[in-house]
Design a protein. Structure first.
Length: 87
């Protein structure tokens, strides 16, 4: 690997077919994102709750949601609430 380059995640290499020829090259100990759905904060207002629910459902369907996404989801939902109040 070239100096200064980050390793490509195993999931990306798997998707691009990098292991078809040499499956033994897979990294067994690569960390994964924490599984699960983040809990909805209790202090969200009505529009924010709707945005939270819709976005969490969409991200789960795509398989890209983890419990580590709680902060960015909360910020997004609060920003959406502010947008709807200003509208």
């Amino acid at each position: 690997m070239a100096k200064g380059r980050k390793p490509i995640p195993t999931a990306i290499q798997e998707a691009t077919g990098a292991y078809k020829k040499n499956p033994q090259r897979r990294r067994a100990n690569e960390p994964t994102a924490p599984a699960g759905r983040p809990d909805m904060p209790k202090n969200l207002k009505p529009h924010a709750k709707k945005a939270w629910t819709r976005t969490v459902q969409a991200m789960e369907t795509m398989g890209i949601l983890s419990s580590a996404d709680w902060a960015s989801m909360e910020i997004y939902a609060a920003a959406y609430q502010t947008f709807k109040e200003c509208e």
